[in-house]
Design a protein around this ligand. Structure first.
Ligand SMILES: [Zn+2]
Length: 243
């Protein structure tokens, strides 16, 4: 922290980037915060990852019999509740990149301690329209932090969103959610990912359809393996059990 920032903090104590309560002192909280990010004690104490055996699941919450990649795995260490249910909307709708970087730091640390490895980290792509609306791809910012924590390169332009899709939350009909993201991604011609172990990153996973569709494009372009990773999500359906 620079001297100026320290002086300002003394006069005006920083507010939590997520809930605006008085932030905890950045010293001695035992967690590295990106520049511009502050957290209060309530938010900090709310960041509790699931037990190791509850971080792994099948990518699709509703598997279907013709799925060409039925054993596609999802690593997702947090539930969408508490801290994450407050932080994700602030990150997305107020375009707060530092929150995405912070989530990438904690995701990367957990992935590292759980022994995850790979050749290339690839974030799920946003559509052009959504990128313009939001100003940044939150999955890209998360992937960048995961990359620096794990020491594995990340590339934001590997996946291309080929088709506009409605927000998953806007589609009420469960069956149509899968169809909505089907063939929504392609791999950029400028990348040769043949034989690579890809770590695919998104912020939130619900049905797993978006990650599944992106993984399919990566496999079709020759990836040796794809591991889907999301920071948080909720699983109440058939394959919530660990496999
Ligand atoms: Zn807070």
């Amino acid at each position: 922290m620079n001297i100026f920032r320290k002086a300002v903090d003394t006069i005006l104590p920083p507010k939590c980037s997520v809930c605006s309560k008085l932030a905890a002192s950045s010293e001695g909280i035992g967690i590295s915060l990106p520049e511009g990010m502050n957290l209060c004690f309530d938010c900090l104490s709310d960041i509790v990852p699931n037990p190791v055996d509850k971080r792994w699941m099948l990518c699709l919450s509703e598997p279907y019999s013709e799925d060409p990649y039925p054993s596609l795995a999802l690593y997702m260490p947090f539930n969408y509740e508490g801290f994450f249910s407050r932080a994700v909307p602030v990150m997305k709708f107020q375009s707060r990149r530092e929150i995405a970087s912070f989530m990438g730091n904690i995701l990367g640390e957990l992935m590292k301690s759980d022994g995850i490895t790979g050749d290339l980290i690839v974030p799920v792509a946003l559509s052009r329209a959504r990128l313009l609306e939001r100003g940044f791809n939150q999955a890209g910012a998360i992937a960048e932090s995961v990359s620096s924590v794990m020491g594995i390169p990340a590339a934001e332009d590997v996946l291309i969103r080929t088709r506009e899709t409605l927000r998953q939350t806007e589609i009420v009909d469960k069956m149509n959610r899968g169809a909505n993201v089907d063939r929504a991604f392609a791999v950029n011609d400028e990348w040769d990912i043949k034989g690579n172990k890809i770590i695919l990153i998104d912020d939130v996973a619900t049905t797993g359809n978006t990650l599944h569709s992106a993984a399919q494009a990566l496999y079709e372009a020759g990836a040796a393996s794809v591991l889907c990773c999301a920071v948080c999500g909720n699983r109440y359906s058939s394959n919530a059990e660990v496999f």
